[in-house]
Design a binder for this molecule. Structure first.
Ligand code: RB5
Length: 150
């Protein structure tokens, strides 16, 4: 996973259902030259996904991290948690196409993945697309701005 993006620091978070996928992607990111901020969890003991979605959201919204990746069993709970932060646009993706469009059209800044739904290669495709696609702006800019006005 080559770092061809200007986005350098990626915050990662997962619950007990997602930590293995999170750790696999963390290794890929490190191999690709990205800086990684791993906010846990790091083992199979049961934890609560809102805590990790919130931690990644705060890192991204504060500017401590450029982008975030959150993983739980379905990706649903942790994406809901991340999206509670008004500075976050978390997108639950199952493919590279969705991740590319989430960046191009929605300026998504957090990628959410479901470890019990997709396999490692699909997750890698999504992450690669997410990291290497820029927001297209143009007609999408006003729509994305409206996300922050409600
Ligand atoms: C944990 O069992 C599971 O509920 C969680 O990982 C996630 O899928 C919630 O949305």
């Amino acid at each position: 996973m080559t770092n061809v993006s200007s986005k350098r620091l990626v915050a990662l978070g997962a619950d007990h259902a997602g930590f293995q996928l999170k750790d696999a992607l963390k290794a890929d990111l490190a191999d690709g030259g990205y800086d990684v901020l791993d906010l846990g969890t790091s083992g199979p003991d049961s934890v609560d996904y809102p805590d990790f979605g919130r931690a990644v959201a705060e890192a991204v919204a504060s500017g401590r991290a450029d982008l975030g990746v959150v993983v739980c069993g379905t990706g649903i709970g942790i994406s809901i948690a991340a999206n509670r932060n008004p500075g976050v646009r978390a997108a639950l993706c199952h493919s590279g196409l969705e991740a590319r469009l989430a960046r191009e059209h929605n300026d998504a800044n957090v990628l959410a993945l479901g470890s019990r739904i997709i396999g490692l290669e699909a997750a890698r495709d999504a992450l690669h697309a997410f990291l290497n696609t820029e927001f297209a702006g143009g007609r999408h800019a006003g729509r994305v701005a409206k996300l922050s006005t409600h």
